[in-house]
Write a protein that binds this ligand. Structure first.
Ligand SMILES: Cc1ncc(COP(=O)(O)O)c(C=O)c1O
Length: 380
């Protein structure tokens, strides 16, 4: 069924589509289809956008975590990861040979805090991977970076959600030694598939480039001195990514405008309230997170919104925290993660996409008002 408001919409303007097709045609003619000039332009432009010296384009957000962690060295060591993240954060650590220590989340930001991180440290911890959930950079990031410096740990940001998000004007991806981004289609910007590593450390960037191309000492010689893989980004992917990147600032500004419409409309609706942004944190609104009052059945709410109002909510961040995933549930006790348990069970993500109109936001909020107004004890 086509919905009046879908959970997400991936938008390329007609000009962007024309430019993408022309550039792909150019590369088809030249035969330069991977690790070429558009990949390099994408890297340079993304590094500039974030305010980092170097960027390395790869084939996914997941590999943009694994590769730098291989360089940083995690074999046999512990890495702190928030339990409230996509499993790819943990997969990056495990595939690089490290062990994951899940930490609980901060209810104010849905990410790590100094307190939750401190509790998860072990004598074997070498680094920390905060995740800017939904696009929110925690105001505790500078303090987390300080703690890491004092303890001799590296800080690596999983910024898969946070293209263009800032804390007091400082970009996501600039708080630690390096950071990763995802360009999966539903992200704030996409290259169809892809990821980017950003860092100011030239040696680290060079190492990442070697890993991404099968661990070869150079592009042209088949001499391998490390366990790499094919993590390359193709030229068509880079061309698509460049098109979105050229409009990223405007796309983020538009998402913020849409979020402000929700902020206003939700004030008058019982049973639901926005997860308020902490002072200084400017989200890119990859997700617009709203908290449901205790007792509201999220599954039933989403079903009614979809079936009776043709409104699809976006996926949660996250429905099931990592410590609850079947892959790791036997090793963890849910009571050790009380904040994530509560948050994961009781929030929703309202649709936000470029091109969303105020009328579409109105459809979502009037549907919420209608459904939530029918719950027991709701004031009418
Ligand atoms: C927090 C987080 N980390 C990592 C990833 C992995 O990115 P990709 O799907 O591009 O491999 C995602 C993607 O959805 C994510 O949400």
């Amino acid at each position: 069924m086509a919905l009046k408001v879908p959970p997400a919409r991936i938008v390329f303007t007609p000009e962007q589509r024309r430019e993408i097709l022309a550039r792909i045609d150019e590369q088809l003619q030249s035969g330069q289809l991977t690790l070429g000039k558009y990949g390099q332009s994408f890297e340079a432009a993304f590094a500039k956008f974030c305010g980092r010296a170097h960027a390395v384009a790869v084939n996914s957000g997941t590999s943009s975590i694994e590769i730098p962690l291989r360089v940083l060295g995690v074999k046999g060591k512990d890495v702190v990861v928030p339990t409230n993240t996509f499993m790819a954060t943990a997969f990056g650590v495990w595939h690089a040979g490290g062990e994951v220590r899940f930490a609980d989340m901060d209810p104010a930001t849905a990410g790590l805090s100094l307190k939750t991180l401190s509790k998860a440290l072990t004598p074997k911890t070498v680094g920390v991977v905060p995740v800017h959930i939904g696009g929110t950079v925690s105001p505790e990031m500078p303090a987390i970076a300080d703690l890491c410096r004092k303890k001799g740990l590296w800080l690596f940001e999983d910024a898969a959600h946070a293209h263009g998000s800032t804390l007091n004007g400082k970009h996501a991806g600039t708080f630690g030694v390096a950071a990763s981004f995802s360009f999966y289609p539903t992200k704030v910007m996409t290259s169809a598939e892809g990821g980017m590593i950003v860092t100011d450390d030239k040696a680290l960037a060079e190492q990442c480039m070697l890993y991404r191309d099968q661990g070869k000492q150079s592009f042209t010689a088949n001499v391998h001195d490390r366990l790499g893989y094919n993590w390359r980004m193709s030229e068509p992917h880079a061309i698509i990514g460049l098109a979105h990147l050229s409009r990223l600032a405007d796309m983020v500004a538009e998402r913020r405008r849409i979020a402000s419409w929700y902020d206003e409309s939700l004030k008058g609706i019982g049973g639901i309230r926005p997860l308020a942004l902490p002072a200084g944190s400017a989200s890119n609104y990859y997700k617009y997170i709203a908290l449901l009052e205790a007792g509201i059945d999220r599954v039933a709410l989403k079903k009614t919104l979809r079936e009776q109002h043709e409104v699809g909510l976006a996926g949660e961040v996250y429905e099931l925290p990592c410590h609850r995933q079947p892959l790791c549930a036997s090793q963890y006790r849910p009571e050790d993660f009380p904040e994530a348990e509560r948050f994961c069970a009781s929030h929703v993500c309202l649709p936000v996409y470029n091109g969303m109109t105020q009328a579409e936001v109105g459809l979502v909020t009037s549907a919420l008002r209608a459904v939530l107004g029918q719950r027991k004890g709701a004031s009418r």
